[in-house]
Write a protein that binds this ligand. Structure first.
Ligand code: FES
Length: 161
């Protein structure tokens, strides 16, 4: 945890945020002096591949499949990788598919499930479903867009358009 100076923190934050978010009572505490103790503020600045399990370069997302963040690919065979707006499907240990997580119906990104028996993604917002073969039309007449996904060792490289 990084320590920052309380006065500097309040001076930096108060003018921009306090008025719109917390009102006059907080402004009073901003103007009080003599309290320069340090605050513990958690600043998550670590976006290294070791921390997140993936890197992004241009339109290519490279995922470390051994990273705990992607463990659900082994347990559930799929995941909604919301940080990069990608659905990932594990076909086998050597084959993966990737899709946009934007539902072709109205663009909802967070209502997905995967129906193993039908091999299709289901968007629960309005009940449309989309085959995971990258070609067959979904129930609303659209294909769930596929991305190129290439496996190199334990790294999955997904190229977004
Ligand atoms: S937004 Fe997904 S089914 Fe309507």
């Amino acid at each position: 945890m990084k320590k920052i100076n309380r006065r500097k923190f309040l001076n930096d934050v108060c003018p921009a945020i306090a008025i719109s978010m917390v009102g006059a009572s907080f402004l009073e505490s901003c103007s009080k002096g003599g309290d320069d103790e340090n605050l513990d503020v958690s600043l998550d600045t670590d976006s290294s591949p070791e921390s997140s399990g993936y890197t992004v370069e241009d339109n290519v997302v490279e995922i470390d499949l051994n990273h705990p963040a992607f463990a659900s690919l082994n347990s559930d065979q799929w995941m909604n990788f919301t940080a990069q707006q990608i659905l990932i499907l594990k076909i086998s240990d050597s084959s993966y598919r990737a899709f946009t997580n934007s539902c072709p119906h109205q663009g909802v990104r967070n209502a997905w499930s995967y129906d193993q028996s039908e091999s299709r993604f289901v968007c629960s917002r309005h009940g449309n479903s989309y085959p995971s073969d990258c070609t067959t039309l979904g129930t609303n007449g659209y294909v769930l867009e596929c991305y190129n996904a290439v496996l190199a060792g334990q790294k999955l490289q997904i190229t977004k358009p």
